[in-house]
Write a new protein. Structure first.
Length: 176
């Protein structure tokens, strides 16, 4: 997808198509918020924390049937039947988990270690990192490149050195 930034010359962070690229860069331990201008850091860090929380909530195995069965056990009115009041354990557990994930995301942003192995200490951030920084395997571009290379490396041009062959290949692939 080609992004058109002509309508947004000053603030690339407001372009909806750039959200995935921003999350990919911020979730990388080497870059985090280092590249973000100071006036946009709060906005980008909030978007990152929310994305980590949403990713964690989506990966949690809670189902509608579980929440319905908890309501049936506690009674339709939320009373547990023993006089202890409403049963909010499931909703408080979800809120607690969400706040822990948000704290994990903020701790990741302030962590000074820049190695990729550091992601093992932040599992929610690691899931976001893997989603936005994993290349999709496709053989079509590679097959296209080999096809073009076969057109360049002909019997008449069999003595091209590596650098000239690479230059010709790049010229052929990138011509407009």
């Amino acid at each position: 997808m080609i992004l058109n930034y002509q309508n947004h010359p000053a603030n690339h962070f407001s372009v909806p198509e750039a959200k995935d690229a921003i999350l990919a860069a911020v979730s990388h331990p080497r870059y985090k918020l280092k590249w973000v201008p100071p006036d946009n850091r709060n906005e980008v860090s909030q978007a990152f924390v929310e994305a980590v929380a949403m990713m964690d909530a989506a990966s949690r195995p809670t189902t509608v049937a579980e929440s319905t069965s908890c309501q049936l056990i506690a009674g339709l009115d939320g009373n547990d039947g023993y006089g202890y009041g409403e049963n909010n354990s499931s909703s408080s557990a979800v809120a607690s988990s969400t706040s822990q994930v948000k704290a994990e995301a903020m701790n990741f942003l302030f962590d000074a270690d820049k190695s990729l192995s550091r992601l093992h200490f932040f599992p929610a951030v690691q899931r976001l990192f893997l989603k936005f920084n994993t290349a999709l395997p496709s053989s079509a571009p590679v097959e296209r490149l080999f096809g073009i290379a076969g057109l360049i490396e002909t019997p008449r041009r069999n003595r091209l050195n590596d650098s000239n062959f690479e230059k010709l290949l790049m010229l052929k692939v990138n011509k407009v």
